[in-house]
Design a protein around this ligand. Structure first.
Ligand code: PBG
Length: 323
């Protein structure tokens, strides 16, 4: 009979006691802030489905990056929306393409004071909105896409990215990018692999943020939300191919995956609290249905508790200030 000897409530009696007994803590360096730049805007522009998040200009992204450093954040994840999209996503490959310019501006502003990561994917740059090149029958051509990813990886490293983040879920992408970086003398550029990335409805607002023209879905390359083993396999392959860190995405609906992956690998595990997770909380809070700050901190703690080393979150700056 454990009661009355065992009384778990003793460890919850005061704020100091609860703080001492806390198993998970949050620190600004746990957070990675995603930033968007749109080539054709002359002023920072709000994104309707992501209240509080902006499409930056090259000037305003510098300020946002400096602010992230001042808050002590762990990293930045850079995205860009080009003026022109085409079938091959050429704007993503050009040495002076908008994402390369964003990386260079940000690196110039913050140097090595924060880890600069760049999204390595074609979907922001293609007119059909897919993450790779497509064949005449509309299917995504895995191996033709890999050649473009390799080139993109080199361009992003040359522009100043510390870490490239392939998010297109093509088979072999980590191996091909690693080899290309090494051959270009970029052995020190690291790879954050979006390994377990699901075909998720929670990416909806992001597609507004990058003005994606996708019709249909990404289910032939992103994972089925019903699956676990598929993630473990993708993660294992990415680590074998040379991933320095791996990512699970989205976060909140996939905390079981975060936990299993964290138990399986010996590289850092990152989780992406995606646009739809952000929008859900913001919308409920705007209606007075949720306490915004408490909900934000609870979701971030949950992701860390599940085993993620760091979290990509649109609340990164705000959450760092709340700590
Ligand atoms: C692909 C990419 C996506 C996100 C990050 N990288 C979109 C997609 O796969 O459709 C989504 C991020 C979010 O929803 O916050 N370049």
């Amino acid at each position: 009979m454990s009661f009355p000897l065992d009384r778990p409530r003793r460890l919850r009696t005061t704020p100091a006691m609860r703080r001492l007994a806390a198993e998970t803590r949050l620190h600004p360096a746990d957070f990675v802030l995603p930033l968007f730049v749109k080539e054709t805007v002359s002023e920072p522009t709000p994104i309707a489905s992501m209240p509080g998040v902006l499409q930056h200009t090259l000037g305003s992204v510098r300020k946002a990056a400096a602010e992230a450093v001042a808050e002590g954040l762990g990293g930045l994840m850079l995205f860009a929306v080009p003026a022109q999209k085409d079938a091959r996503g050429s704007a993503g490959l050009a040495p002076d393409g908008i994402l390369q310019r964003v990386i260079a501006e940000v690196r110039d502003e913050v140097g090595d004071d924060i880890v600069i990561m760049s999204d390595l994917c074609l979907d922001e740059f293609t007119d059909h909105g897919h993450c790779g090149v497509i064949r005449d029958d509309g299917t995504v051509d895995n191996d033709a896409t890999l050649e473009l990813y390799a080139e993109m990886g080199i361009r992003q490293a040359e522009a100043g990215a510390h870490m490239v983040a392939p998010s297109g879920m093509m088979d072999g992408q980590v191996a091909v990018i690693r080899r290309a970086l090494d051959e270009a003398g970029r052995q020190d550029t690291s790879i954050l692999a979006y390994s377990a990335k699901y075909a998720s409805a929670f990416f909806g607002p992001f597609r507004d943020a990058v003005e994606s023209s996708l019709k249909g879905d990404r289910s032939t390359y992103q994972e089925n939300p019903a699956n676990t083993r598929e993630s473990l396999r993708e993660v294992r392959l990415d680590v074998e191919e040379g991933a320095d860190m791996i990512m699970v995405k989205p976060a909140l609906s996939y905390l079981d995956i975060v936990r299993q992956v964290a138990d399986m690998v010996d590289v850092p595990v990152v989780a992406y609290q995606v646009s739809g997770e952000y929008a859900m909380v913001e919308a409920a809070a705007a209606n007075g249905w949720l306490d915004r700050e408490r909900t934000i901190m609870e979701t971030l703690s949950s992701v860390r508790r599940a085993g993620a080393t760091s979290v990509l979150t649109y609340w990164a700056v705000e959450a760092a200030r709340m700590l």
